[in-house]
Design a protein around this ligand. Structure first.
Ligand SMILES: C[S@@+](CC[C@H](N)C(=O)[O-])C[C@H]1O[C@@H](n2cnc3c(N)ncnc32)[C@H](O)[C@@H]1O
Length: 320
């Protein structure tokens, strides 16, 4: 056992504003339960201290809130912090995720946190075999993160412009970072539907593939044709900027229509992780939308205020 000090990343501050310490604690507690955690501020640096086995170091290094890890040492009262040479060993350059800025992009640090708490909610031996779905994937922030972790993934997005924009973005970073890759286009079911429905783009690099499909998430089951997933990670519209396919800003109606289809594509023991604006819908209403879908509600929460109209939270549901 060693005494570790996790330096909280400045990126967490821009993701969660005033609530960044609480969110960092929530991510850590979910990923490493039953460990006492102490918050300490030294100058402008925020640390979470904990005593843990060294075997957890690589997992701790991949927490979205972590900027660096130190070991507490020193003969007198443990008053020295020694930086540890930790490696995250991600498969793809971070520019693929952080490089592009576009309207409606989900915060990159939040997206990594959603994946981490999802992984901590399921059992797996080999991360390369974990399959992830983002059924409202926008410009693929979640799918690119999945690829960095070495997972294959699929995404569904209603906006037909997403596919060419994702291709352009990914192509640019492949060129900049000399990343070997392949693209493949096609249609699920073999031919195009109205407004490019069913059109897909595959991006393969380092033995992982992400597929983005143009379509309506309400039709998740039929779009994915029997495919099953370990993780579903998604950031649903906040009821402020994005319209759903039914042309309303309240995402609850579309969520109610999506719920059974999302549950049907999950493997037993898999986890659904949803980030949402808890002003619209309320947490209890979101959970109620999934009440008849063979899912168990967990008590994970990471509520944080983003603006006057957005208080983001995260719900995790397990497939039983
Ligand atoms: C908060 S954004 C997700 C952004 C994404 N994580 C990213 O960083 O690019 C929500 C997305 O859900 C999409 N969406 C809303 N309703 C949908 C539906 N019924 N089917 C598919 N996509 C939908 C919106 O077009 C929007 O891109």
């Amino acid at each position: 056992m060693k005494r570790f000090a996790l330096l909280i990343s400045p990126r967490s501050k821009s993701a969660y504003f005033n609530d960044y310490i609480e969110v960092a604690k929530a991510e850590l507690a979910w990923s490493l339960p039953d460990h006492e955690v102490e918050y300490v501020k030294i100058a402008e640096m925020d640390f979470l201290f904990l005593t843990a086995s060294e075997e957890y170091l690589s997992m701790l290094a991949r927490l979205s809130c972590v900027y660096g890890i130190f070991e507490q040492a020193g003969e007198k009262d443990g008053d020295q912090l020694l930086p540890l040479p930790i490696a995250t060993d991600f498969d793809l350059h971070e520019d693929f995720i952080f490089g592009a800025k576009f309207k409606g992009k989900t915060n990159e640090t939040l997206t990594q946190m959603l994946i981490n708490v999802g992984l901590a909610s399921i059992k797996y031996d080999d991360i390369a075999k974990v399959k992830l779905l983002d059924p409202m994937c926008g410009r693929a922030t979640t799918l690119l993160w999945a690829m960095r972790y070495g997972m294959s993934s699929k995404g569904i997005e209603q906006d037909a412009k997403a596919l060419p924009e994702i291709r352009q973005n990914v192509k640019k970073w492949c060129k900049v970072h000399k990343q070997k890759h392949q693209f493949r286009d096609g249609f699920v079911g073999g031919k195009a539907g109205k407004q490019s429905k069913g059109k897909f783009l595959d991006f393969t690099a380092n033995d992982a593939t992400m597929r983005v499909i143009t379509g309506d998430s309400v039709e998740t089951s039929s779009i994915l044709k029997g495919d099953k997933f370990d993780l579903l990670v998604t950031d649903i519209p906040y009821g402020v900027q994005h319209f759903t396919t039914s042309k309303t800003r309240n995402p609850l109606a579309v969520l109610e229509e999506c719920a059974q289809g999302w549950s049907d594509v999950m493997k037993k023991g898999g986890a659904i992780v949803i980030a949402f604006n808890s002003n619209i819908p309320k947490r209890r209403d979101l959970i109620a939308a999934f009440s008849d879908c063979e899912l168990q509600v967990t008590d994970f929460s990471a509520q944080h205020r983003m603006s006057e109209s957005i208080v983001r939270d995260v719900v995790i549901l397990r497939k039983i």
